[in-house]
Structure formats: structure tokens, C-alpha cells
Design a binder for this molecule. Sequence first.
Ligand code: GDP
Length: 702
Amino acid sequence: LMNLTRKLIEIRSMLLSIDQSDALKLPSIVVIGSQSSGKSSVLEAIVGHEFLPKGNNMVTRRPIELTLVHTFSTDGKTPVEYGEFPALGLGKITDFSVIQRTLTDLNLAVPASEAVSPEPIDLRIYSPNVPDLTLIDLPGYIQLASLDQPDSLKEKIAALCDKYIREPNIVLAVCAADVDLANSPALRASRKVDPLGLRTIGVITKMDLVPAEQGAGILAGNRYPLHLGYVGVVTKSAKRSKKDSTALTVQKGEHEYFGAHSDVFGSSTSLMVGTDTLRRRLMEVLESSMASSLHGITNAVQLELEEATYQFKVQYNDRRITAESYVAETMDALKLRFKEFTQQFRRPVIREKLKGMLDDKVMDVLEQLYWLDKRAPELGNIAADPRLKPEDIEPYWRHKLEAASSLLTKSGVGRDSTLLVADGLRALIDSIASGEPFTFHPRASERLIQFSHMILRDRIGVASDQVENCIKPYKYEIEVEDREWEQGRERAIDLFEKEVVMCETKLKDIRKKVGGSRRLGGLVNYVKSLEEKEREKKAKRLEGGPSDESPESPEPTPESYRYPPAQVLDARHAILYTDRLNILRLRLTALRSKRCRAGPQSDVFCPEAFLNVVADKLAYTSAMFISIELLDQFFYQFPREIDSRLLYDLDRNEIVEFARENPVVRRHLDLQDRKDKLEEVMKQLNSLSTLRADPQPAPRRH
Ligand code: GDP
């Protein structure tokens, strides 16, 4: 039978780890009593060591789940007696004063405002001197809360105790001999849930404080009969000093006391006295209670197991996962996803993107150097009229072309193109890091972003310098072949046509917005006349002539009110687009002219074609070196960083934590874990069936 309790205690802690529902509970002994009733002394006498927190202030603030495991000292290597806090991972603690300090700390960690916490402390004590028992120590009942304790404390403690003294637990009601049993809060609480006293044991402490006959009267239990009886103890002799309160002296004191009163408590009587008797009694009671719970718990576990097995089949088709497999799959998926995305960064794609950026630059250069030039029409004329002699105007425009080419090649292409591609990579990583399943893993997502940005930061400088170096020759000389020229010319035409369409669309939008072309025409004329006036005024001021209006506060002319300011702005835009359209159309004609088609020798008159060729050469070279210096490096390093910074960096706990961040995985793991544990418990319960004992509670000792 010894074996049975021991096994069932193990099973009990497994069941506790499965869930806290009452259905899956094996009995434990719950120790209740009012403050100073001697509750701690009783527990310490059972364990044989002082280990519970002491102090005037209420120190038991959390339930202590105390599991005693009887050990058989054999090899002499492992410590004979030690305690363990499984939740804290402190290892075997052989010094019981360390256990005491740890318990005190754990209790004091409960904020004073809460005073008690229902969160139990798990403590196991291994010793050859303890029986196999599970005991739960609860905060002592108090009469009145002291000034620094919340008013609700009394109710809070009572509620916590009520939760624990429910079936199937056994109640150990601790009462002091010198206090009337009628006033014992422990007995009162127990009677509420166990009116017949079937699962309550009374412990009468401080037997030495009342006359022996009176003590014996209490133990006889005639006033408040308990089926499991009362045990009388002396756990602390009133004479002894606090210092030598070891188990031995406690026992000695107790022996002395009961020995001295053997006439009253002699072995011939039916009274139970002494800590040894209490220990034995608790073992018997727990054993028989466990034994009688066995059948019920086996059925309950069976039902739960069937349900869990069914759910596991239905929800997951019996597919098993582990936190490790989830982490590995997630990382593989991440790499795969990344690899798919890298298709967007193949060299032709990059070249196309860079070309787009350079085309914009070319447009800017053209606008700056050509379109605003008063001599611009010359270029159109010469392209259109083959009879005109180029030599007359060439030097001026040769100079312009060189300036334009230089503006383009020295515009920081290395930096701009590298940053453009790096931004693309960053956006790609950000999109991966903010998508599933990283929505569940904010820390991993942050790390992913961090290390990819770090790789980029490391490479950007090198790559941009490298590109800048390789386009250096173009800053001095650019040779254009016929074929390149023709392609450049066609691409320029293409671009301009697109630009024309864009301007036309904008104009159309403005027209629609202001209410038709007529109205827009009126607006434009109005704005132009305003500008004309402005110019005149400015000219006058520059001449130093007297002005009839002060410039700071111009008299509002009635005209100023003719159009709302937003429409005036629209008109200004319309003027800009119209001007641009005119130029674009002129230049398109030029680009299509015979002179431009003739070849690279016409570069001076067809700067658009020439600059397009330059932009293309720059894009080609940049794409090549960005691929080598930035992309290849990044694509090589990224999957390796995933391994070293996301995967291998995690210890076992972090892997579990990571997997459980995903609610889908967490549910899966939880159910699987529950099923596994239930299976294990079931296996153990089945192996016990041979040991199954008499399901009746142990009879009272005679
Ligand atoms: P708890 O508050 O219920 O845990 O009670 P304690 O175990 O701390 O004991 C309260 C007080 O009663 C302490 O001062 C103990 O020394 C004293 N005490 C405990 N057991 C006995 C006993 O058997 N005899 C006497 N005379 N005093 C005891």
C-alpha cells in the first residue's frame, strides 16, 4: 500500500499540471487553522525541520503545495535530505534555512495591497524521515485585520481556504488546546463542507498548556465528533528557548509530556497523541482516501483522454507537432519566401528600375539646360531644316551638351542607384517581417528587420563607391555607336510621347475641374495679364520711378475677386503644362527628323537621344556592380543570418516560447500535450489496478 500513495502522489502532480479542474483531482491534506494555533509548528514537526516563514506579520500569503517524498538513503552520494522548488529551478537545497528564506521571499513578493494570493508555491521535500504525503499549507485565519492590512483580508483568506477544503481533499483542522473548540475557525469551516466530519482530522496543539484531563477530554471528541478523530501534540515546549527547536527536542518534549501523563494518555486508551502518531494517521488517511479516489479518478481520466483523443483526431487529424518543428518550418518558409522575392531583383529588372530613375534625371537636366534657354528654337529649326548650317551654332550647343552630360554623370549615380535598390530590399524585408506568421512573433520580426538593415548598412557604402568608380570613365568621354544612337533616339521618342500623354491628361483634368476649356481659357488669360502687370511693376521699380501704389498693400482691384485662388493656381499649372507640351512636341519633331536619324554625329542637335544613351550606359554599369556588391552579398548572407540570429540563437525555452506565440500552434501543442499527459497518467493508473486497495476510509484507530 505504501507504493500506492507514492504513485498516486506522482500522478496527482501530473494531473495538476494538466488542469486544475476538480474532476481530475486526487486528494491532498489541507492544513487550516487560525493564526498562532500552532499550524507551522505541526507542519515542521511532521517534516522534522524548521523551514516555514516566521514573523509577527502574517507571512503565509500564498498556499504552499508541500509534497513529501520518502527516500531510502543508499549510495551516500546524493544528499539524504533536501528540498526543491520545481518552478524556480534552484536545484536541490540541503540547507533548510535557505528553503525558509526562499519561502519568505516568495510570500513577501505578494504586494501588500493584495495581502494574499491564490497562486500556490510548489515545494517538495525529500527525506528518509518523512512519509509520502501531500500537504497544502494555507494562510492562517485571522480574527481582525490589523491596521496595515486591507479590510477584506479576513474574507479573502476564508475564501482561499474554502476553495481548498472542497472534496476530495482531507482537512487537517489545527486547534490549540487552550482555545475553546467552539471558537475554532478551522473546525467551523470544515463543518460547512464536511458536516459529518468524514474527511476532517483534528489536531490539538499546545496540549501542555491545559491540564492533562482537559486535553484528554478534547481528544475524545465527544463535543465535536470527527470520524477520523483528533490527535493531540506538543510541538513546542513552553519552557524551551527558540534556538534549539530541532525535531529531536520537539519529540523529546512531547515524549516527556505524554510520558509524564501516561496515566491519562497511556497506550491502553484509545486516544491518539504525538507527532509520530499524527504522521502515521495522516498516511493511513491519505492512503485510504487516495485508494477510494482511484476508481473515480480512473474513470474521469479515461473520459478526458477519450475527449482529448477525439479532438486531436478531428482538429488535427492526429498530426503531431513540436515547437522545434514549427520553428524550423517557419524559418524554411521564410527563406523560401525570400528566395521567391529575390526574383524581383534579377539584373534586368534592376537595370530597368535604374534606367527609370536616370530617365527622370535626364528630364530634369533637359528642363534646366535646354527648355528654359531662349535659343532653344534654334535646335528645332536646325533639325527640321537640313539647309541650315550647323557650324554657325555648334560651339554654343556643344558646350551645352557637355554640361548636360556632366550633370548627369556627376549627379551621384553611385549613391542614388545603390540606395534605390537598397530601399527595394528594405521594403521587401519589411513586407515579409510584417506578414504572417511574423504578426505573431513581434520580437523575431524586429530582429529580422534589424539584422537585414545591418547587412544593408554594411554593404551600401562599398557598393555605392564601387558603382561610382566604374562609371568614372563616362565622366570624361562617351563613345556612342550607330546602333546605340538609334536605340537611344527611339527610347527618347518613347519617353517624350509618354510625357506628352501625361501632360495632356493633366490638362484635361484641370479643364474638367475648372468647368470647361472656355472657362480655363478665361482664367489663363486673366493669370497672364496679372503676370504682365507684375512684370511692368517690377520694371518700374527697378528703374527707380515713382510708384503710385505701395507694393506692400496693393489696392484690391475688382478683378482680384473674379476667380477663387484655387482656380488661379489651376490656371498657373495649366500654363506650365501647355508650355511643356509645346516644347515636347517641338522636340519630338526634331527627334524624328532626318538630321537626328543620321547618327551620333548629330548629338549636339539631338541631346535627348544622346543623354538617353548615356543614361542607359550608366544604368547597365550600375546594375552590374550593384548586383555583385550588394545583391549577391545580401542574398548570400541573409539566409545564414536567419540561421545564426533567429534559429540557433534560441534555447529550448525560447523555442517553445516562440512557437507558443502563434495561437494556432499554441492550441495544437496544448491539446497534444494534454493528450500525452492523460495517456501517461492512464498508463500509470492502469498499472496500479493490481495494487488497488479497499475503497473504504481507514477506520478510526483503537
Ligand atoms: P501558526 O501561526 O499557527 O503557524 O503557529 P506557530 O506554529 O507559529 O505557533 C504559534 C505560537 O505557539 C508560537 O509561539 C509557538 O512557539 C507556540 N506553540 C506552538 N506549539 C506549541 C505547543 O505545543 N506548546 C506550546 N506551549 N506552545 C506552542
